[in-house]
Design a protein around this ligand. Structure first.
Ligand SMILES: Cc1ncc(COP(=O)(O)O)c(C=O)c1O
Length: 421
């Protein structure tokens, strides 16, 4: 395939017309395909069906009492049962005494955490740093709460730390930063050791600045060479910065999405504030679901064994999309895409000014993709070039056709762009 840069006007026209004919053939099939949903497929969820059976009151009538000193069927234990705290602490690479296991959703905990912190801020115009491309729902939380968002680019090692340090250490209105440190949504990037250490050593201008560390994909490896992430908590303690972090995680993409357990980790001082605030809006989490997870997974090794089975289902899907991107767009020298070792997304970057057009052409041809601009604050991709691809949910056949359509649509958008220039 020729590099697009080598084509003259006639060559580009011919290239575009060829792609338009291909797309018309796809359109004629009246397809309805979807690569926008970053959620587990039904066969991934099937792997957790045993969770529904582990609480068996017939064979073990004392189950609800045996595991703690309290009756797990009743109110209480705001921070979760000890075994679930230990399980989530292992997953989050933190001290079990620094963890609270709350409801079914880490996003819910993140929203509450930002809202709680915000009430104590004294400045009129608080800001959050938003590494981009990032998770749209993070940006939704801060936008909804009226917090100004400042973009910082993510590179191969994580956010540009020179810029992060400059902002955090000089501007007292900067109160937080969103981070997805492992297999970022949608970048696929895992922060390097140096990046984690620089986070831990931040000396913010605002004493109430916090790192919002959403380790949603901590155990979601599907490669033989999985990424490794340093423990933020351990590094913060070494750097004598014990209160600077909130770490979040859940089992949404391990057990059941919206039916898992979610946790927050932070210093004892921060947790004490959370606990006193929580006492006003909760009388206790769903401890039976926590017990169910403890009995089903047992420990971190159990979670990893479970995730290895999920990896078998996910790996071929990523391989299929990557193979199509390579065969259709490989030689064009007009796009790049991530090759993640885990997580839920492939991050596609085309020429400037092509993402919205590509996504619209896909929609006309029956393929739904995540909206253009979604991975950016205020839905604004400054260069209009990032497309988030979510391969986990569709079946392999659907995925293959959808990625072919994406590539064909992109060829048209890229040729149009170059012709316009
Ligand atoms: C980075 C990230 N954090 C959090 C979530 C949602 O987690 P939960 O289901 O625990 O609210 C997602 C879901 O896609 C995600 O990608």
């Amino acid at each position: 395939m020729p590099s697009l840069a080598t084509l003259d006007k006639d060559g580009l026209e011919a290239f575009k017309e060829g792609a338009e004919r291909e797309l018309a053939d796809f359109k004629a099939q009246s397809l309805s395909l979807n690569m926008s949903r970053g959620k587990p497929s039904p066969d991934q969820l099937d792997l957790s069906l045993g969770l529904l059976d582990v609480l068996d009151s017939q064979s073990d009538p004392g189950l609800y009492l045996a595991h703690t000193t309290s009756d797990l069927r009743n109110y209480g234990m705001l921070g979760g049962i000890p075994q679930a705290r230990a399980l989530m602490a292992a997953l989050m690479d933190v001290d079990p005494d620094h963890v609270m296991v709350l409801g079914n959703s880490s996003l819910n905990i993140m929203y509450d955490t930002v809202a709680r912190e915000l009430r104590a801020w004294s400045c009129a115009a608080p800001k959050f740093i938003c590494p981009v491309p990032g998770y749209d729902r993070h940006f939704g939380v801060t936008e909804h709460l009226g917090i100004e968002m400042v973009n910082v680019e993510i590179g191969p090692d994580g956010p540009d730390m020179d810029v992060v340090e400059q902002l955090v250490q000089n501007d007292p209105d900067v109160k937080g930063i969103w981070c997805v440190p492992k297999y970022g949504n949608p970048s696929g990037i895992t922060y390097s050791d140096d990046t984690v250490r620089r986070f831990a050593r931040l000396r913010p201008a605002a004493p109430d600045f916090r790192i919002y560390w959403d380790n949603a994909y901590a155990v979601h490896d599907f490669s033989d060479t999985p990424d490794q992430l340093l423990s933020l908590e351990a590094e913060c303690l070494k750097a004598d910065n014990p209160d600077i972090y909130f770490i979040f995680a859940s089992t949404s993409k391990i057990s059941f999405a919206s039916g898992g357990i979610a946790a927050i980790a932070s210093s004892p001082a921060n947790l004490a504030k959370i606990e006193s605030d929580l006492s006003f809006h909760n009388i206790g989490p769903d401890k039976l679901n926590q017990l169910r997870h403890v009995l089903f997974f047992k420990d971190l090794a159990g979670i990893k064994a479970h995730m290895a089975k999920q990896a078998e289902l996910i790996r071929p899907k990523f391989a299929s999309v990557l193979a199509t991107l390579e065969s259709e767009l490989g030689g064009l020298e007009a796009a790049e895409w991530s090759h993640p070792n885990g997580g839920y997304f492939i991050c596609f970057k085309g020429l400037s000014g092509t993402a919205a057009r590509t996504i619209a052409l896909c929609a006309e041809s029956g393929v739904t993709l995540t909206g253009a601009g979604a991975p950016f604050p205020y839905h604004k991709d400054p260069e209009d070039r990032v497309i988030r691809i979510a391969p986990t949910y569709p079946g392999l056949v659907e995925l293959k056709t959808a990625s072919e359509i994406l590539c064909t649509a992109y060829k048209i958008a890229a040729a149009e762009r170059l012709l316009a220039l």
